[in-house]
Design a protein around this ligand. Sequence first.
Ligand code: FNR
Length: 335
Amino acid sequence: MKNRKDEHIKYALEHRSEYNSFDDVELIHSSIPKYNLDEIDLSTNFASHDFEFPFFINAITGGSENAKKINQKLAKIASACNLLFVTGSYSAALKNSNDDSFQIVKKENPNLKLATNIGIDKDYTAGITAIKALNPLFLQVHVNLMQELIMPEGSRNFSEWENNLKEFVQNIKIPVILKEVGFGMTEDTIKQGSEIGIKTFDISGRGGTSFAFIENRRRENSLDYLNNWGQTTVSCLLNLKNYVDKVEIIASGGVKNPLDMIKCLVLGAKAVGISRTILELVVKYDVEKVIKIVESWKNECKMIMCALNAKNIQELRNVKYVLYGKTLEFSIQKI
Ligand code: FNR
């Protein structure tokens, strides 16, 4: 029998976004430096926790043998590099009491900085079960409307979603992050979420993994004209410039390298989530090689910050930039 989680991994790796909004952002550098490389501080804070590095492994998987192997590798890398690791949706474990593809990561890496994820279609009690099992730093609640609509076996009734979110906020004792899955979030969603009591949003925009593409690959009659649904990560961040001090914005979606990460931070993100890029690395290389790559990312982030005269994440917000192409067109329109 085909496993949905395995299909997600397979089709996520098959897809390559044809448009990258990060290429539309040019950072203005500085020729006379203020700081030495070893003065640069990458630390950040969100969801009431301090983190040594501003990027993390964002929700990917769990719930199959292959997913378990991937989680084991990702957790080893996160643990060795002192990165935050967020599991994929815990709902896969709720359906199967024998599943250990989530728990294993903590068992094998007791000091792992771990968080987990659940869908907004679930009742808050599902979140409580996940929290009891994993003792995470926070819970991501994901919204994925177009994915559900395209998914052959997806939800068709959405009237409970907003109320479910309210109940998550009221009943979950750890920070709750509202998270997209690659379609992006703009002002109206942030306002609605804030009114409900959400303080941290992962705007996960278009430009990397497309769950429209993934679900279309799983359908008989593909609706592939919807594959580019949603707003890009950079467009979302530009749209939310006035919110970066009111709520915590986390960026993800299409982040490929440390320059993309720094661009997210310049645009006001408190941290940057990476899914497809690290998934591709763990599928291609052994754990030791990926650890080396991630360690290099840390140094590369410092190099770029040094060349921008930014000593820390806060100072990155003073960096000037120019926009090109579709991203510029988006930014000049009031939506
Ligand atoms: C995901 N993503 C995801 N998100 C979520 O909230 N819960 C989940 O269970 C999953 N599952 C999942 C599986 C696979 C195979 C991928 C690649 C991604 C979405 C992910 O967290 C992120 O929001 C998007 O993938 C956009 O980031 P990238 O992939 O472009 O870096």
